[in-house]
Write a protein that binds this ligand. Structure first.
Ligand SMILES: Nc1ncnc2c1ncn2[C@@H]1O[C@H](COP(=O)(O)OP(=O)(O)O)[C@@H](O)[C@H]1O
Ligand SMILES: [Mg+2]
Length: 337
C-alpha cells in the first residue's frame, strides 16, 4: 500500500525523538520549487499554522500528497489534526502558510475547491431525522449527480461500507460505528479527487474496519488522494517508511483463518521458531497478540517474515505496532490484501 504517515507533534512538544518525518516533509516542501510542488501534489500544505486567539493548534505543517497516495496524519489528541482538516475545508481560517488542492489556493478559491474535496468530519455531521438513503440522496444532489445514477451510487457505497441493512433506518437509530460508515460514504459521494477522513474508524468493529481499508485502497487506486487521521493510528504503509518508527520492539497481532486449532498451532510454532523473543500476551478466537522486545529486529525483516508465513500458513491478516513513547499511542496495522 502506497501510504505515507506523518506523526504530527502537538505544538510546544515538538521535540519528539522520532518526528524526523515531519522535518523531512517540511524540508522537501520548503526547498522545492513552489510551481512544481503545486503541480505534482494534489494536496499541498506549506507551513500551515492555526491559531485560536493566541493559542497555536497547528505549527507550520508541511505536507504533500500526490494522486494515488494515501496519507496518514498521526498524533495524540490535541495535536491539531482536526484543526488542519477544518482549515482545508474552509470551516476555519488558515492562520498562516498556504494550502492548495489541485493547484487551487484554499485562501482564495475555497468555493471551487469544495467541488474537489470529500470530507468525513471527526464528529458526524448527520441529520438525525433523515434515513441513511435520504442522507446520501441529498449529498448526491448537492454534488450534481443525475437522478438516474443516484440509486446505484448509494447501493454501492452502502455495500462497500457494510451498512446496506441500515440504509432505510433513520440516522438517530444508527450506532456510532454505522454513523462513521455513513459519514465516510458521504465523503465519497461523487468520487471527489481529494478525500479527507478524520478518524473514520472510531466505533467500527474489526470487520467494518477491514472493509473500510479495502474501500480506501480502491479509492486510492482509482487515482484519488486520501488523507486520514487517527490518534490511535492504523495505517497501511510502506516498510521502508515505517521502519524508523519501530525501534523499540513490536506488538504483533495475527489473525488465523477460520479459528482452526491446527492452524493456530502451526502459527504458534512459526512464531516460536522464527521470533524467539515473542511473548504471547493475549489469545482469543484465533486472534493472537504477541509482544516482541527484540529491538534488533528491523521492521522490514519482520514484515518479510510475516509475508512469507502468510503464503504458507492460514493467516488471514496481521498487524505490527508499537507503544513506546509514553504519551503517544499509535499502531500501524498492515492488512495486506
Ligand atoms: N475552536 C477552537 N477554539 C480554541 N481552541 C481549539 C478550538 N478547536 C480546537 N482547539 C484546540 O486546538 C488543539 C488541537 O485540537 P484538534 O485540532 O481538535 O486536535 P486533534 O484533532 O489532533 O485531536 C487542542 O488543544 C484544542 O483544544
Ligand atoms: Mg481530531
Amino acid at each position: 500500500m502506497n501510504m505515507m504517515c506523518l506523526f504530527v507533534p502537538a505544538p510546544g512538544v515538538s521535540e519528539e525523538p522520532d518526528d524526523s518525518d515531519v522535518a523531512e516533509e517540511r524540508a522537501k516542501i520548503r526547498m522545492g520549487n513552489p510551481d512544481i510542488l503545486r503541480k505534482t501534489n494534489d494536496l499541498l500544505l506549506s507551513d500551515v499554522s492555526k491559531f485560536y486567539g493566541s493559542f497555536q493548534a497547528v505549527d507550520q505543517l508541511c505536507v504533500g500528497v500526490k494522486r494515488g497516495e494515501c496519507f496518514g496524519l498521526l498524533g495524540v489528541n490535541g495535536a491539531g489534526k482536526t484543526s488542519t482538516f477544518k482549515m482545508l475545508t474552509g470551516d476555519e481560517k488558515i492562520s498562516g502558510g498556504e494550502a492548495y488542492v489541485n493547484g487551487l489556493s484554499l485562501k482564495t478559491h475555497m468555493k471551487q475547491a469544495h467541488q474537489i474535496i470529500g470530507y468525513c468530519p471527526q464528529f458526524d455531521a448527520l441529520i438525525d431525522n433523515l434515513t441513511g438513503k435520504e442522507t446520501l440522496q441529498m449529498y448526491c444532489l448537492l454534488r450534481g449527480i443525475p437522478n438516474s445514477e443516484i440509486p446505484q451510487i448509494i447501493n454501492k457505497l452502502a455495500d462497500d461500507l457494510l451498512f446496506t441493512k441500515h440504509i432505510d433506518k433513520k440516522v438517530m437509530a444508527y450506532s456510532g460505528g454505522n454513523k462513521r460508515k455513513l459519514s465516510t460514504a458521504v465523503a465519497l459521494v461523487g468520487d471527489p479527487p481529494v478525500v479527507y477522513l478524520d478518524e473514520p474508524t472510531t466505533g467500527m468493529d474489526v470487520v467494518a474496519k477491514r472493509h473500510l481499508w479495502n474501500v480506501i485502497c480502491q479509492v486510492r487506486d482509482s487515482g484519488k488522494c486520501i488523507v486520514l487521521t487517527s490518534h490511535r493510528f492504523k495505517c497501511l504503509g510502506s516498510p521502508q517508511h515505517l521502519k524508523s518508527k519501530f525501534a523499540e520492539g513490536y506488538t504483533l497481532t495475527i489473525k488465523v483463518n477460520n479459528n482452526s486449532d491446527t492452524d493456530i498451532q502451526a502459527v504458534k510454532e512459526f512464531v516460536r521458531t522464527s521470533l524467539q523473543d515473542a511473548m504471547l500476551r493475549e489469545e482469543r478466537e484465533g486472534l493472537m497478540t504477541y509482544y516482541i522486545a527484540n529491538t534488533t529486529l528491523t521492521w522490514s525483516k519482520m514484515f518479510g517474515m510475516m509475508e512469507e508465513a502468510k503464503t504458507r500458513l492460514s493467516i488471514e491478516d496481521y498487524s505490527l505496532g508499537q507503544t513506546s513513547l509514553e504519551q503517544v499511542r499509535y499502531t500501524f496495522l498492515l492488512l495486506v490484501p
